[in-house]
Design a protein around this ligand. Structure first.
Ligand SMILES: [Zn+2]
Length: 71
C-alpha cells in the first residue's frame, strides 16, 4: 500500500525528444511561417503571385496588425 502511494505522488519526469525527431517538423513549421509572412507582408502589387485582390483582402487585417505597409 505504501509503495502505491509513493508511486502516485512521484514527480513526472519529461522524456527527452531527440533533435533528429523534431528537425523535420521544425523545418516544415518554418516553411509554413515563411509562406505566411510572404502572403501577409508581400503578396501585393508587383510582387503578387496570385492575380486579383483575394489574397490581399483575406490577409488585410493581419497586415495592419503586424505593421506591414498597405495603404
Ligand atoms: Zn490596408
Amino acid at each position: 500500500m505504501a509503495d502505491k502511494v509513493l508511486t502516485a505522488f512521484a514527480p513526472a519526469l519529461p522524456a527527452p525528444i531527440p533533435v533528429r525527431d523534431v528537425l523535420p517538423w521544425a523545418i516544415f513549421a518554418g516553411l509554413l511561417l515563411v509562406l505566411a509572412i510572404y502572403f501577409v507582408g508581400a503578396e501585393q502589387g508587383a510582387t503578387s503571385l496570385i492575380s486579383g485582390m483575394y489574397v490581399h483582402e483575406f490577409v488585410h487585417d493581419g497586415r495592419h496588425l503586424l505593421g506591414f505597409p498597405c495603404h
